[in-house]
Design a protein around this ligand. Structure first.
Ligand SMILES: *[C@@H]1O[C@H](CO)[C@@H](O)[C@H](O)[C@H]1NC(C)=O
Length: 333
C-alpha cells in the first residue's frame, strides 16, 4: 500500500516535472564534474579523468575498450555531453553515448542510443540513433546521418531529451530526431528508469560497411573525449521507482520544440539523413506503426539507395550504396 502511494506520488511529481520540461526553457543547466555524475564502468587505465575533473578520455586499444556509467538511475530528463571523436582511420570503432537499463531488465530492457560509427581515413564518421522499449529488440528503429562538421576536429554537444511521451535527439542544440509515443507502439517506447553510459569498443563486425573494414590496432589507441556533462533528470530509486531528487534543480530544462527548431530539424533530415528504418522496404514490408512517411525524406533516400528504400527488385548481387558524404552544399539549414 505504502508502495503504491509512493508510486502515485512519484507519478504526480514526475508529471509536474514533465510539464516544466515542455514549458520552461533555459540552457543554464548545471555542468557536472565527472566524479559528481559518473563512475568508471570498465577499461582500467583506458579511462582517464583530466586535471580539471570536468573532462575524461576513454580509449580503445588492443587490450580493451573503456566506458563509464552514471551514478544515478533516471526516469526522464535532459542528458548531454560534449564529445570529440578520434581522428583519421577509425573503421570498426564504435563510440556510444546512451541510456539503458539492460543490467536491471535482461529480458525487457529499454534503451535510447547515440552511436558513432568510425570510418576509413578520409571518410566521415556517421552517427546513428535508435531506441528499444521493454525488450523490443526484434524491431530496430535505427536512423543514420552525416554531420555538417567533422566530429573528430572539435567538441560538439550531443543531447537526449526523454519525457513520458517524447524523445528528442539534439546535435549542438539542433533537434535531429523526434520520437512521439503512440498508442500502437505499446511497450516499445522506453518507459523504465535508465542509467547513462558512454563507451568505446571494437565493433569490427558491423560498424563500418557491415564489417567490411575492421579495427586496425596499428592506429591505436583510439581516444574519445567527453566533457560538459549534463545529467538533468528525475533520479529515482532503481528498485522502488519512488522519488525524484531535489525538485528545484529541475526548474529549468529545454522545452519540446519551437516552430523554428522544427524547421531546422526538417532541413537537417532532408540534407543529412542517410538511413531510416521507416523507409527500409527490404527490412519492413510495412513500416512500423509509429512511422509517418515524409515524402521529401522518402524521395531523397530512394535517390541514393533505390533497393533499400524503394522496394525495387535487386538486379545485381551487389548493393549500390552511394551513401558517402552528404556534406555537399552549404552548412546552413
Ligand atoms: C513489458 O514486458 C513485460 C515482460 O515481458 C510484460 O509483462 C509487460 O506487460 C510489458 N509492458 C508493456 C507496457 O508492454
Amino acid at each position: 500500500m505504502l508502495n503504491s502511494i509512493m508510486n502515485i506520488f512519484a507519478f504526480v511529481f514526475c508529471s509536474a516535472f514533465l510539464v516544466s520540461l515542455v514549458c520552461g526553457f533555459s540552457r543554464n543547466l548545471p555542468i557536472l564534474s565527472f566524479d559528481e555524475g559518473y563512475s568508471q564502468l570498465f577499461g582500467d587505465a583506458n579511462l582517464m579523468v583530466l586535471r580539471d575533473g570536468k573532462s575524461v578520455h576513454i580509449s580503445l586499444d588492443d587490450r580493451t575498450g573503456s566506458g563509464f556509467v552514471s551514478q544515478e538511475v533516471y526516469l526522464h530528463g535532459y542528458f548531454s555531453a560534449s564529445i570529440k571523436l578520434p581522428a583519421d582511420y577509425t573503421a570498426g570503432v564504435v563510440v556510444a553515448f546512451y541510456m539503458s537499463n539492460g543490467d536491471m531488465y535482461e529480458k525487457n530492457h529499454d534503451e535510447i542510443d547515440f552511436e558513432f560509427l568510425g570510418n576509413i581515413r578520409g571518410k566521415d564518421w556517421r552517427i546513428q540513433t535508435n531506441i528499444y522499449g521493454n525488450g523490443s529488440t526484434s524491431i530496430g528503429r535505427e536512423e543514420r546521418y552525416g554531420l555538417w562538421f567533422d566530429p573528430s576536429e572539435d567538441f560538439h554537444q550531443y543531447s537526449i531529451l526523454w519525457t513520458e511521451n517524447l524523445i528528442i535527439f539534439y546535435v549542438d542544440n539542433v533537434p535531429i530526431r523526434e520520437i512521439k509515443r503512440t498508442e500502437t507502439m505499446g511497450g516499445d517506447f522506453p518507459s523504465k528508469p535508465m542509467s547513462l553510459y558512454a563507451t568505446i569498443w571494437d565493433g569490427s563486425d558491423w560498424a563500418t560497411n557491415g564489417g567490411k573494414y575492421r579495427v586496425s590496432y596499428k592506429y591505436a589507441p583510439y581516444i574519445a573525449e567527453f566533457s560538459d556533462f549534463v545529467l538533468h533528470g528525475c533520479a529515482v530509486d532503481p528498485i522502488e521507482h519512488s522519488k525524484c531528487d531535489d525538485a528545484p534543480k529541475f526548474a529549468s530544462i529545454p522545452s519540446g520544440m519551437t516552430h523554428q527548431q522544427r524547421t531546422k530539424m526538417s532541413s537537417f533530415r532532408n540534407k543529412y539523413m542517410q538511413y531510416s528504418y521507416c523507409y527500409d522496404r527490404s527490412r519492413y514490408k510495412t513500416p512500423p506503426s509509429e512511422c509517418t512517411i515524409d515524402t521529401k525524406e522518402a524521395e531523397r533516400l530512394r535517390g541514393f539507395d533505390p533497393v533499400t528504400f524503394g522496394g525495387v527488385h535487386r538486379r545485381h548481387s551487389k548493393r549500390h550504396h552511394r551513401i558517402g558524404s552528404a556534406r555537399a552544399g552549404s552548412s546552413s539549414f
